[in-house]
Design a binder for this molecule. Structure first.
Ligand SMILES: [Zn+2]
Length: 126
């Protein structure tokens, strides 16, 4: 999917997530490919592992792996997959999926944005 523009790419990832049973996730569409890769990594570790409580906090992806009583959900491989996804979220625009992106601490809602979305928000500021 690397030949597509950023929004087409993240839209394709979002569709793939829905086909894997994930919809209405609590982050912007820009992180869809990160979440898709994470879901696929976890499927490879143990198909019973599910992502829950998917959200953004201070510009970083946060997830919970369930079931909590499944040792695979807390295995080093699963936790490393989550860490890789979190590292990607810190440099990927949550709105469009472009890289590089940076965390903007200057606003009330802390978010990881690319320079285009940062410029757009600045233009909307009163
Ligand atoms: Zn963006």
């Amino acid at each position: 999917m690397t030949n597509l523009d950023p929004l087409s790419r993240v839209t394709a990832c979002q569709r793939a997530l829905i086909s894997r049973g994930y919809s209405g996730l609590g982050t912007g569409i820009g992180w869809s490919c990160i979440l898709l890769d994470l879901v696929d990594d976890l499927l490879g570790i143990d198909p019973r592992i599910r992502l829950t409580h998917v959200r953004q906090k201070y510009g970083e992806l946060r997830v919970v792996l369930e079931p909590a009583d499944n040792p695979s959900a807390q295995s080093p491989a699963a936790l490393e997959a989550v860490a890789r996804a979190q590292a990607r979220s810190l440099v990927t625009c949550e709105r469009c999926g472009r890289t590089p992106a940076t965390i903007d601490w200057s606003r009330e809602w802390v978010e990881t944005r690319c320079r285009w979305h940062h410029a757009y928000d600045e233009s909307q500021r009163g």
